[in-house]
Design a protein around this ligand. Structure first.
Ligand code: FMN
Length: 141
């Protein structure tokens, strides 16, 4: 059975582009090995993630993500699905310094592309995305 989780989280540390690229490379490889697909967005000190995959892989992965002290997740959806929305695992964020402009890893999507193209956000309600983009889970300073 396929399982699907959507959560938002507040980053408890500052993630700069090199850290985000590192997270992308690590998670993409680990998720691929576990047949986990989906999308992770980072904006304004907060994350929004859709994860989907076999139930037996999702539970331990999501537990590890929740135990990660670098952020504080809030679950928004957690249920079974018949079909995946994604066929790979992708991550979108803004690379302010264009750190890896010429050598971006597979799976990177510029955050602006998500703002402009609705079809990139499969399985994530546009209204939920707008709440995320407006900073609902952003760290209050
Ligand atoms: C917002 C956020 C999303 C993450 N998403 C994933 C993910 O999809 N897959 C993954 O393997 N690790 C993800 N991680 C990393 C895990 O929290 C954790 O660091 C990692 O699973 C530990 O891997 P290791 O046991 O191989 O060191 C995420 C971390 C954060 C902060």
């Amino acid at each position: 059975m396929l399982h699907h989780v959507i959560y938002a989280s507040t980053a408890l540390i500052t993630f700069d582009p090199p850290m985000l690229y590192q997270l992308l490379a690590h998670a993409r490889k680990a998720n691929h090995a576990r047949r986990i697909t989906g999308m992770l967005l980072y904006h304004n000190n907060s994350f929004l993630q859709l994860l989907e995959g076999p139930e037996e892989e999702m539970q331990p992965l999501f537990q590890r993500i929740c135990d990660d002290p670098r952020h504080k997740p809030v679950v928004l959806n957690n249920w079974q699905i018949r079909q995946r929305y994604y066929d790979e695992w992708l991550m979108a964020f803004i690379d302010h310094d264009q750190t890896l402009q010429d050598n971006r890893p597979d799976g990177y999507i510029p955050y602006n592309a998500v703002l402009q193209d609705d079809s990139l956000l499969r399985g994530i309600d546009r209204k939920l995305f707008e709440r995320f983009h407006a900073g609902e889970w952003s760290r209050k300073v």
